[in-house]
Ligand binder design. Structure first.
Ligand code: HEM
Length: 394
């Protein structure tokens, strides 16, 4: 069986994805999951939550040594009708009006971080000094946390993201358990404070009843806030980082974007297609079913390979090439259907403002080391460290 978890596969999964697209739907390691790799098949799975469910997929987030984890009750792991109700109640907090309020604050934050990055001497790790800091700070802003708590937010997010893959020692189990309790306590305090005096932040917005007078319950709110940590941080970190990796390997595009930042939205759309931060998602087959001629037994798990669909030649001519001028063929980097990323507008805004602030100070940049070590995850892809040589504008 083809193994997607070998170090070679994680370093460069694209040749394996191409092989999978040749043969169609088939079982792979890890776990004998059914890999769906072609664009049309990916869309078919994501369009049909009744046969391909998102429920029951949270086990990875609830190892036996953890008695509870609110993430497992969040909307990303629910099907209709529960998903529909939850989504309707949280959507407006991520719409254009909410983002317009945030935009000047994200811009100011981006300039501050860009300034700090450029103050570093010699090669600098873009991950630690910029890519990881901006999305954490934006989420901190959204929650209305004090900046002194942002590093803690990063720690909590890392603990949640690492749960499914982790082999935790007893000591680590204890630490993670304590951390999740303290995260819940932090959200409890924020909820209490915003109930007393609402502000212009996400939590106050989520507490407000909708037009029909109904509001999220305490547990629904807690699950949603928990879910924003794994959903909103790592993905956006990798969008920023993958943009720098791709530009470091495409000098002409780099020169064009550095000279003309209005090209940034175009750049980001093609990075999202060519080197997407989210490589896959999972679904549970709810009944014996046939997809593109392949029988999928009830209870099996489908590995939805978004990153493979985004390189499908049937949908994207010259799919293996990075072409900023590409026609806007609808891409799947933010998923498709009812679970389409709630933070897509925010992620695009953050990445654009972050790179705009940075590029306004940069003459050029290059990689300080040709080697890249990619995250070993099957779900999210980005470099673990990214040493860059930055040449500031004079
Ligand atoms: C470049 C950055 C991002 C990427 C590539 C990304 C990708 C995705 C994908 C592929 C899904 C669908 C998952 C599925 O169908 O199983 C999703 C859902 C979701 N994303 Fe994002 N995401 C990003 C940033 C964000 C941000 C910044 C937030 C919020 C702060 C966010 C919040 C969510 C939520 C809440 C869902 C679940 C929606 C639902 O179930 O209805 N994401 N994201």
């Amino acid at each position: 069986m083809l193994d997607l978890m070998t170090p070679e596969a994680r370093a460069n999964p694209y040749p394996l994805y191409a092989e999978l697209r040749q043969t169609g739907i088939r079982q792979v390691e890890p776990g004998g999951m059914w890999a769906v790799s072609r664009y049309d098949d990916v869309v078919a799975v994501m369009k049909e939550p009744r046969r391909f469910s998102s429920a029951g997929l949270g086990q990875g987030f609830l190892p036996p040594w953890l008695s509870r984890n609110p993430v497992t009750e969040s909307l990303v792991m629910k099907d209709p009708p529960v998903h529909t109700q939850l989504r309707a109640r949280v959507s407006r907090a991520f719409g254009p009006a909410a983002l317009a309020v945030l935009e000047p604050r994200i811009r100011a934050l981006s300039h501050e971080l860009a300034e700090q990055l450029l103050r570093q001497e010699g090669p600098v790790d873009f991950m630690a000094h910029f890519a990881q800091r901006l999305p954490v700070s934006v989420l901190g802003l959204l929650f209305g946390l004090e900046p002194s708590q942002y590093p803690r937010l990063k720690e909590w997010a890392d603990d949640l993201v690492n749960l499914p893959a982790g082999r935790h020692s007893l000591e680590e189990q204890l630490r993670v358990r304590e951390n999740l309790v303290s995260l819940e306590r932090c959200f409890e305090e924020l909820l209490h404070a915003r109930r007393q005096s609402p502000g212009a932040d996400l939590i106050s917005e989520l507490l407000r009843p909708d037009a029909g007078g109904s509001a999220l319950s305490h547990d629904e709110l807690m699950s949603f806030l928990f879910a924003l940590l794994p959903a909103g941080i790592e993905t956006t970190v990798y969008l920023l980082a993958n943009s720098m990796v791709v530009l470091s390997e495409h000098p002409q595009e780099r020169a064009r974007v550095l000279a003309n930042p209005s090209l940034l939205p175009q750049l980001l759309e093609e990075v999202l297609r060519f080197e997407p931060p989210g490589h896959s998602s999972l679904r549970l087959v709810t009944e014996d079913t046939v997809l593109s001629g392949v029988h999928l037994p009830r209870g099996s798990i489908v590995l939805v390979l978004l990153a493979s669909a985004l390189r499908d030649e049937r949908h994207f001519p010259q799919a293996g090439q990075f072409l900023m001028e590409r026609e806007r063929a609808s891409h799947l980097a933010f998923g498709h259907g009812i679970h389409y990323c709630l933070g897509a507008l925010l992620a695009r805004l953050e990445a654009r403002l972050g790179l705009e602030a940075l590029f306004s100070r940069l003459q050029d940049f290059s990689r300080a080391s040709p080697e890249l070590h990619w995250s070993p995850s099957l779900i999210a892809r980005g470099p673990l460290v990214l040493p860059l040589q930055l040449i500031p504008r004079r």
